[in-house]
Design a protein around this ligand. Sequence first.
Ligand SMILES: [Fe+2]
Length: 247
Amino acid sequence: MKKSIDLEPKQTELLAKIGQAAINLDWNIAFSGKSYGNHHLERVNKITSYLLSEVPADVFLTLAAAWVHDTTLAVELDDDPDSIFSFTLSFLEQFQDLAEAQRREIARCVSSHETGDNASLEAQIVHDADVIDKSGMLGVIRHIWKMTNMIHSRVLDSAEDVAELHAHLQSRAVKVKTPLAMELIQKLNLALPDFFEHPQCQEIVFFISERANQGKISDEIADELIQKYEFSFISSLKSQIECSYLV
Ligand SMILES: [Fe+2]
């Protein structure tokens, strides 16, 4: 039986402010504004709430960490835990209603969420929620975006590109820490064999990569795919974007 997420009204208000500031940073400053309009942070927050319904973690701290888990992308700090801790801590200073100890706990949670190894339960949940949003068909789009704009700096058009994408998504699936997250990843990844074995797979990878190269964000590309193709693996994107699979 899932427990309900209980927060005091003041905590709900503070989380809304933290969320707004994190979205502002993500849309307007990270990647020089190239990810304006993407809903990754909102989805990670919904997934985090869902995962929290089954574990005895601190709800407020975990949701706050989920909102700010990507703030270091604004300064292109992606993986050094000490730098992530310092930057997140300084970002949280604008919220005067947060006690110093809470800021430090949230920053500690964010700094260890990247790998999730030896991390607190709160950090493991944020890690898992982040990985879940990068799984399934949305994960396909998000990783093609990254390969196109950051890893290879070109449009993906070969069978080797598809193999690299497939290997990455398979390696990601085994990284989650909590049992409920494993269940969700398995559910989302049910679409992947149909996609990777489909005769039009390479053509669809090219379609996504071309749009990523034109500066479209993952959410927009997902909408275009839903309009263009009627395959069931593409339809699964709708429930992933809306988080309606969280039932
Ligand atoms: Fe993230």
